[in-house]
Design a protein. Structure first.
Length: 460
């Protein structure tokens, strides 16, 4: 994969703006924060960027699990919606017993002298730009997935992080989950054999998934900053649904790919070391929940993976997801000639492997994997990363948050690194382009651009 220096930015103007901003804060912010953090004895004062459902149900509880031991503390909340800002501070004060300040936007947050790091859980399309803003301000950050659903944002975020000293983790929490770590080790050892197929599903029967019918009437344009919400998107009239139910509407989100695909496809990159798919095709539609959404309620995507320089080797990833029937649930099944890894059950079995009778017919040896569990004497962790957590957090997010905290202290690279986020962003962007064009989409490794119809794709 090219080094950061070879990854093209969108323009010299953007590059200069990014670089000068980063250098400008180095003397005033980064040095102070870096010196304080590496001492590992002082408190890491943390700000919240976006205090919505994911932050309150997942990230903050996970943060609190390790906050006392790691000496981290939440001190302020930034959210452009007045009601969410006030509710967020009250929620954290009740949880921690500490006073929490509320600020109207990120500029006000980063102007403070008591912010060393931030947790970011804003709308999907905002993650990369808010992550870049944190890096430019000299703050470490835990940034929710998806990292980016356009290649411009993905390239800019990667460049910003790898040109800085900041510790950035992304919210693909499988990277810190013991069973997934064991599976990665097993596959990479060669004992599993070559992957021949991966099947992934994420099925629910939830007409209310990503809907906020009770909150939408409460959001008034006068109580927020719609222009600031849009960032660099084209100007559009205020729309409370696209603010609160953003996962249902492009370009605020792509829905299924932004929310669910990235969690699961990330494991393919991790387990195999492959940086991205070679090609993607997709089909689907809005078949049942016709509530004004523009993102599909049902999708099937097929990814081709393998060595970028050897098309004779590889495997297929079949990804299916629907909102309209929950049968099948959330599954990640890896197949080799000798058997199967089931990440839902967290087991390795000889399921589907080459039996003695079938092998003998071709004068071959049977190939059947031994059966064993990927976890021993440990609590099974759910693979549904969107399961609401109680005040103790969910185990996967707890582990990923803890790893980020440890890396803030040690200055090491987190398990869910910006490179991991960049790779899942490529797969995501390819999937989005396949949805929008109906074409077979590829990726130009040299230019780091998504290609549709043989041309660089400009996201609609």
């Amino acid at each position: 994969m090219p080094t950061p220096e070879t990854i093209p930015n969108t323009s010299r103007r953007d590059f200069v703006k990014l670089s000068t901003a980063a250098l400008a804060v180095a003397a005033t912010q980064s040095a102070r924060s870096y010196a304080k953090i590496v001492g590992a004895n002082d408190r890491v004062r943390t700000g919240i960027v976006g205090c919505g459902d994911r932050m309150k149900q997942g990230d903050i509880p996970a943060f609190q699990v390790s906050a006392k031991e790691m000496n981290f503390e939440i001190v302020a909340v930034s959210d452009i919606w007045k009601m969410r800002r006030e509710d967020g501070t009250a929620f954290i004060q009740k949880l921690t017993g500490n006073p929490i300040d509320a600020v109207p936007n990120n500029e006000a947050l980063y102007a403070r002298n008591d912010i060393d790091a931030v947790l970011i859980a804003t709308a999907d399309f905002q993650h990369a730009q808010h992550g870049i803003q944190a890096v430019q301000a000299g703050r470490d950050a835990y940034v929710e997935k998806p990292t980016a659903h356009t290649m411009k944002d993905a390239r800019d975020f990667l460049k910003a992080v790898e040109s800085s000293k900041q510790v950035i983790a992304v919210g693909t929490q499988r990277r810190s989950t013991p069973a997934y770590i064991k599976a990665a080790e097993y596959i990479q050892s060669g004992k599993f054999g070559d992957i021949v197929m991966v099947e992934m599903t994420w099925n629910v029967n939830q007409p209310g998934r990503w809907r906020r019918p009770d909150q939408v009437p409460l959001l008034k344009e006068s109580d927020t900053d719609w222009s600031r919400y849009l960032l660099d998107l084209p100007k559009a009239p205020f729309d409370a649904r696209k603010y609160l139910e953003f996962r249902l509407f492009w370009p605020y989100s792509s829905g299924i790919p932004d929310q669910w695909l990235v969690h699961q496809i990330d494991t393919v990159h991790w387990f195999t070391g492959l940086p991205h798919p070679r090609s993607v095709v997709a089909n689907g539609g809005i078949y049942l929940w016709k509530d004004g959404r523009t993102n599909w309620d049902t999708m099937t995507a097929v990814f081709d993976y393998g060595p970028l320089d050897d098309l004779t080797k590889g495997f297929q990833v079949q990804y299916t997801s629907r909102f309209t029937n929950a049968a099948g649930g959330t599954k990640e099944l890896y197949y080799s000639n000798g058997g199967m890894i089931d990440m839902d059950k967290q087991t390795v079995t000889p399921t589907g492997g080459l039996t003695a009778s079938q092998a003998a017919a071709m004068k071959m040896q049977p190939n059947l994997l031994p059966s064993f569990s990927l976890i021993e004497n440990a609590e099974k962790m759910s693979t549904d990363a969107n399961t609401a957590a109680d005040a103790k957090g969910d185990p996967q997010t707890n582990a990923n948050m803890r790893n980020w905290m440890e890396c803030v202290r040690s200055r090491k690279t987190p398990n869910a690194s910006i490179r991991a986020g960049y790779s899942h962003s490529i797969a995501l962007c390819m999937n989005v382009a396949a949805i929008q064009t109906g074409l077979k989409v590829t990726f130009d490794e040299k230019t780091q651009q998504v290609m549709a119809g043989g041309k660089p794709y400009a996201f609609a």
